[in-house]
Write a protein that binds this ligand. Structure first.
Ligand SMILES: NC(=O)c1ccc[n+]([C@@H]2O[C@H](COP(=O)([O-])OP(=O)(O)OC[C@H]3O[C@@H](n4cnc5c(N)ncnc54)[C@H](OP(=O)(O)O)[C@@H]3O)[C@@H](O)[C@H]2O)c1
Length: 350
């Protein structure tokens, strides 16, 4: 552990993802939470009073006594994670970046802006090269990097090892956990023993974000992957863990063994650099014919790996499989922390 850790702040610290940040950053070897911000309903209160703790285990001692601040730049540390309600994130994140902060955000607001990286450190670490363009274009010393939507990240991590086969078409259907809707999320009368076949804006996000993430940095900008992606999104009565069934077509159809080898051997920059939150194996292929399952598998690998199983031929596209990942860890707080670790290892936090 470093002698002096880097102080970090959290915008939206009291929410579902904010709490995951507080939990995930406990005993982090590089980062230490020094500042928490939320709405004016919470500002001025100690974190333990402002927050209804919804996660397993006790609220981390480190944050309990921190006074919740208004989300205004000023006395926050340079590195700030953001998990604010999307209705307010656009302006507030921009204000922080203008004031010189490094914003590592979960919110959808800036994800699709052409000069903002939509980062998965294993998949597109080179997209960070867009940051100097962002700073020049916007005339700010700060920066904004984002992580994908919680179901997109599961899909993109499962597809990334298959990119060398030339992905042309993807059909993805989600079964998304209720924690993905924040707290209190979906009313129990609606979700108990039920499936809700609509999550506002989610299908568009999965389609566009997947193309951006799997696209290439051209030296000038980010060129999206030239593949057609179709998503169906459903909310199901699962607490944590988004499951996605995927059918995919390739330019050069690989064998089933080629696909399994590509998934199992997939390693990238976070594993090479041994970033503290990087799972040793980002994609885990499960041989059992009834896995992955959210209740059994979601907590494995600290919630940072994506689990893939049931690979088989698809009579319409080439292959189909199931993928599953932790929506508030790999799909939110853990993703942002890994992004910040990559940025630190690139010298972007100096
Ligand atoms: N849940 C997931 O799986 C997931 C995954 C990926 C991304 N995200 C994104 O992450 C963000 C947070 O999601 P969540 O599920 O954690 O939501 P949440 O539980 O509703 O939390 C929202 C947070 O935003 C704060 N907030 C609300 N109004 C504010 C204002 N006017 N100024 C400053 N802060 C304000 C809240 O503070 P108070 O407590 O004071 O109201 C709270 O800390 C959203 O943009 C969401 O789309 C969520």
């Amino acid at each position: 552990m470093n002698e002096t850790r880097i102080p970090v702040g959290i915008l939206g610290a009291t929410g579902m993802v904010g709490q995951q940040f507080a939990k995930f950053l406990q005993n982090h070897p590089w980062f230490e939470i020094a500042w928490v911000g939320a709405s004016d309903r919470s500002a001025g209160k100690p974190y333990r009073e402002a927050t209804s703790w919804r996660l397993d285990g006790a609220m981390p001692a480190r944050v309990q006594h921190l006074e919740v601040q208004e989300c205004k730049p000023g006395n926050a540390p340079r590195l700030v994670f953001s998990s604010m309600d999307a209705s307010v994130a656009t302006e507030i994140e921009r204000e922080f970046a203008m004031a010189g902060h490094v914003i590592v955000s979960n919110s959808r607001n800036h994800r699709m802006e052409p000069d903002v990286p939509l980062l998965i450190p294993e998949v597109n670490p080179d997209h960070l090269k867009i940051i100097p363009h962002q700073q020049r274009l916007r005339g700010w010393k700060g920066q904004i990097a984002t992580n994908p939507n919680c179901s997109t990240i599961v899909l993109a991590m499962a597809l990334a090892p298959l990119k060398p086969f030339g992905i042309t078409r993807v059909v993805a259907t989600t079964m998304q956990a209720i924690s993905g809707a924040g707290y209190p999320g979906v009313a129990s009368m609606d979700i108990n023993a039920n499936v809700i076949p609509f999550i506002g804006g989610e299908e568009e996000k999965m389609q566009q974000e997947t193309q951006k993430i799997l696209g290439d940095f051209t030296g000038e900008g980010l060129r999206p992957l030239n593949a057609r992606v179709s998503a169906h999104c459903n909310r199901v009565p699962v607490v944590d863990g988004h499951t996605v069934t995927v059918s995919v077509e390739f330019e050069r159809k690989p064998s089933k063994d080629d696909i399994i080898r590509a998934l199992v051997n997939y390693r990238s920059v976070p594993q090479e650099r041994q970033l503290p939150s990087a799972p040793p194996q980002p994609v885990i292929y499960m041989e059992e014919n009834d896995r992955p399952q959210p209740r059994r598998d979601v907590e494995r690998e600290r919630g940072m790996a994506v689990f893939v199983g049931r690979l088989r031929e698809c009579p319409v596209l080439d292959y189909k499989f199931v993928a599953m990942g932790h929506n508030t860890i790999r799909g939110a707080a853990g993703a942002a922390v890994l992004n910040a670790e990559l940025m630190y290892s690139e010298g972007l936090l100096d």
